[in-house]
Design a protein around this ligand. Structure first.
Ligand code: GLN
Length: 460
């Protein structure tokens, strides 16, 4: 823990941590040592972790990297982090993310962008950021950068449309978004409640398996959390893929996809076949509607969730002549541009007169997307292999400033999984033409994270 605390303090230029908690880390590590000395250790005893700033941590500032929560200190601890501390993990601090988890590059954070430790020449610079200017992906950019730069052993993250898998792919780390309902959302700042899920980002598939087991589980405080036993994911790692059927969805071969992404996909297929899997082509015909439908459903839910930031209950308050003006001033000053854009889109698609044309239609598409996957699994497919992202990491400031849709296109391979509530894992599988990491994605049956871990282990 001490070595990690020092590494974190020595790597501030990456901007991965928005709050360091060294005293707490050392105290937790001390308590962990005492438990171990008594032979009482839990499964994560003494492991130093970073926590995405979307997870509420008791008495430790939690901002969701938004100006509107700049001085919010929760009086409660999220269920996921409570379970990690129960099992002996140690908190190094809070990690940067896109504001309210809205973004794909970690550039919308009120604390500024995170710098990926990867350089354009394909080397990992660690804490020495000379020559680095790539994004780590988002919204869990701080989590991915901290893991890639060795500033923690693993990190918590959240994924509403790809925010665990895309930054993992950009930084050569592993990230899993479990099935919707696998982890409790209690105490996690809400973005789009029907899509949000917590999960780990770590260096290896095994580390993710160990962390997810602690993070997952039924929680009576979240009515959408599933009342199912959590399997021993680590025990599933050695299962291999012999006898499994892996689907390759033809709709994911999108126009304009760089050749190295196609080559990576073929390589992944070859590895799985060599390990004994049967690989078949499958069709998920509604894939092309997933991205536009996501960008209706997610902002709609966000606009409703963000209504609570009114200058009264949490964080920032900017006074006005009356209460209406106070609301206006607080929200005008507290929210960033991307968040305001989502609130406007969300409010529009939910308004009377447009609700049927947009929101209801997007929900119908969501059902069709879910059905595509169900049919595929009913036909005997055990998991689906796709690229995790349509490209490798890009430069800070390079994408999305003139046209937000350019940024949204990053999510083309990941949002379908959230829309269908399925588990998805991103695993490093190769490099782009510049030597930057690329990831493959495996999508599983509901609550079958075990098959994903076993198959990802074959690819890693
Ligand atoms: N990039 C997507 C968005 O901006 C997904 C973000 C996420 O998964 N939290 O909505």
């Amino acid at each position: 823990t001490r070595a990690h605390v020092e590494a974190v303090a020595g790597a501030r230029a990456l901007n991965a941590y928005v709050l360091e908690t060294p005293d707490q880390a050392l105290a937790m590590a001390g308590a962990s040592d005492e438990r171990l000395a008594k032979g009482e250790g839990g499964p994560l005893e003494g492991l130093p972790l970073g926590i995405k700033d979307l997870f509420c941590t008791k008495d430790v500032r939690t901002t969701a990297c938004s100006g509107i929560l700049n001085d919010f200190t929760p009086a409660y601890e999220s269920t996921v982090t409570t379970q990690l501390w129960r099992d002996g993990a140690v908190m190094l601090g809070k990690l940067n993310n896109d504001e309210f988890a809205m973004g794909s590059s970690n550039e919308t954070s009120s604390f500024g962008p995170v710098v990926s430790p990867w350089r354009r020449d394909g080397s990992n610079a660690g804490a020495d950021i000379e020559g680095t200017h790539l994004v780590p992906g988002g919204s869990s950019g701080g989590s991915a950068a901290a893991v890639a730069a060795r500033l923690c052993l693993g990190a918590t993250a959240t994924d509403t449309g790809g925010s665990i898998r895309q930054p993992a792919a950009f930084t050569g780390t592993v990230g899993i978004k479990p099935t919707y309902g696998r982890c409790s959302r209690w105490g996690i700042v809400a973005f789009a409640s029907s899509l949000d899920q917590a999960g780990p980002i770590a260096r290896t598939v095994q580390d993710c398996a160990i962390l997810l087991r602690s993070m997952a589980g039924h929680d009576p405080k979240d009515t959408t959390s599933a009342d199912l036993a959590v399997p021993d994911y680590e025990a599933a790692l050695g299962r291999g893929v012999k006898g499994l059927t892996i689907g390759i969805p033809k709709e994911y071969r999108i126009e304009g996809m760089p050749p190295e992404i196609g080559a990576l996909w073929d390589q992944g297929r070859a590895w799985l076949e060599a390990a004994g899997a049967k690989v078949v082509e499958v069709s998920l015909p509604h894939t092309k509607y997933a991205l536009p439908a996501y960008y209706i459903v997610a902002p709609a839910e966000a606009s409703s969730n963000l209504a609570r930031y009114d200058g009264v209950r949490y964080g920032l308050r900017v006074p006005g002549r009356d209460i209406a003006e106070m609301y206006e001033n607080t929200r005008a000053e507290g929210f960033g541009r991307e968040v305001k854009r989502r609130i406007m889109i969300g409010t529009y698609v939910l308004s009377a007169g447009y609700y049927d044309a947009y929101y209801v239609r997007a929900q119908r598409i969501r059902t069709l997307i879910k059905r595509d996957f169900e049919e595929c699994y009913a036909a005997g497919v055990d998991a689906i292999l796709t690229p995790a992202t349509p490209s490798g990491a890009f430069g800070i400031g390079e994408k999305g400033s003139a046209d937000p849709v350019e940024m949204y296109l990053n999510d083309v391979f990941t949002v379908t999984v959230n829309m269908a509530g399925l588990p998805g894992i991103a695993v490093p599988a190769g490099f782009d033409a510049q030597g930057l990491p690329l990831g493959l994605q495996l999508i599983g049956r509901p609550f079958d994270e075990e098959t994903l871990f076993a198959a990802a282990r074959v690819i890693e």
